[in-house]
Design a protein. Sequence first.
Length: 544
Amino acid sequence: MSEALSAAPTVYLETFGCQMNELDSELVRGALVTLGYRFVEDWRTANVVLYNTCSVREQAEHKAYSRLGLIAQRKRAGENVVLGVIGCMAERDGKDMFRRYPQVDLLCGPGELDRLPNLIENLRTSQLLGDDAPRLSKDARSALAGNKSRRSTTLSAADDNLELLDLSRAFEPVDPTTERRSAYVRITRGCNKFCTYCVVPNTRGAEVHRPPDSIVEECRRLADAGVLEITLLGQTVNHYRYVHGSAVGSDGREQPQVGPGLAAFRSTSTLAAGLRTTTFADLLGRIHDEVPHLRRIRFVTSYPRDFGIDALQVMRDAPRICNYVHAPAQSGSDRILKLMNRGYTVGEYEEFVHRVFDVLPDATIAGDFIVGFPSETDEEFEATCDLVRRVPFKNNYIFKYSPRPGTVAIDRFVDDVPLETKKLRNNRLLELQTQVSQKVHEQWIGREVEVLFEKVRAHGAQPRETDPDDASSISHPASKNVELRWQRAKPQEGTQLIGRTQGDLIVAMGVTDESQAHRVGTFGMARVYAASPMILHAAPVSSA
Ligand code: SAH
Ligand code: SF4
Ligand code: F3S
């Protein structure tokens, strides 16, 4: 091991997919840096190339596969490079990937990332030993959860090593010269919903909730290190529920806990048994109260059903919890929602939206839609358009249905909506959403908003929202990486500070000179004077 390390290996790590993957990559990076690895920006020179992959749509996988071809070329040229596929694709494809892509040296699923450093070390050691080294078996080159991840009721805390990765997070002080003031904190892993189109329950495994003490502690340490904004992560965050006293490790610490399943939301069984429970609302309240130097607390993704009034009330009463809800509706047709196994009707979704605005009149709401789900008719697509007209979504990510191996939908439904129709529906819904977004943004004209500034942009540079079908950038708006790509240009006259409101609206504030750049990473007040579908244009408020 030390021999391998003495070579100070370099790593290139590219991340596809959702925020969960971005967080995983950050943790993997931290673990490898601790071991002496050095991260580089160029895949051509790295000793170890890792792709943290996404399987949510076929297109996402194609991207990663095309990268594998590039590394195969390096290997053919005789270079010694370790190629690792980690994340959801590794889990979904399994060891078959070794056969189809022989250039792949290691596979590591998202639930086994704590084992990744060892896998890499073993491979590098065998590579350094040269051709005489016995080729490591497929088993020795992979860490996959396989079926284990879905033995939901039997997953013991001891099986759940991944918690170690979250706990091992390094809490480096935020470098004052960087713009990084935001961080992710996982509260729940996996998913128990089984929407029929979705691979996530297979790739990420059963829903597991982290102990509230660990979550609060992680938030506190990040805030101590200078982080101002935390986004809590989970596939269905508002499903968070931790029953105390039932999963304690030998060290006395509470352990991650398998989700109680839907029954817990319908009965008072745990209350009746006298067990103390931390709900999502309780967790939000705890983080807010116990980490007072955290300026903003966000969370994604919310599941429309199960979003209790209690969580909304905590959001109302706790000023530093952002009044922002990302709760995908997926479709505006009851029949399609049923085929998707979403567990709510359009009416119930709208009731949820009304509840949000009743309690939080200033809330912003965003979501996702899938168009061209099997058998979706023109009328059903129109029903989706109608829902978008009725709900003041600030934005929506719109995806063309992509049949995924291992899902119920691919087995049960024929992918019968032609690609052309999917594209047309996608474009129409995007157009409609643009109009809705414009109206939502216009409502802020004339108001003062608090902005966390994230970057400076030069006059004339135009924002471009990344292609929502580009799964490598499914950056939901609450993400610190909300992907606005500004054309590169040197700061000049007419410089603007770009940031976001607590409701995740993007603000461009004109400033007179470049020296304002030091305000990146700070808060300021701005008065909105104009709006476009994606952006609020604002002027500084002098008292800020
Ligand atoms: N847990 C989140 C979503 C995670 S996946 C939730 O339930 O809201 C992110 C988005 O990808 C989903 O909301 C859905 O709109 C989209 N998606 C998932 N599987 C898909 C598929 N097979 N085809 C097209 N879009 C899909
Ligand atoms: Fe996928 Fe549905 Fe779970 Fe979201 S809630 S991750 S869409 S199965
Ligand atoms: Fe995320 Fe893609 Fe996996 S959306 S959970 S990385 S399949």
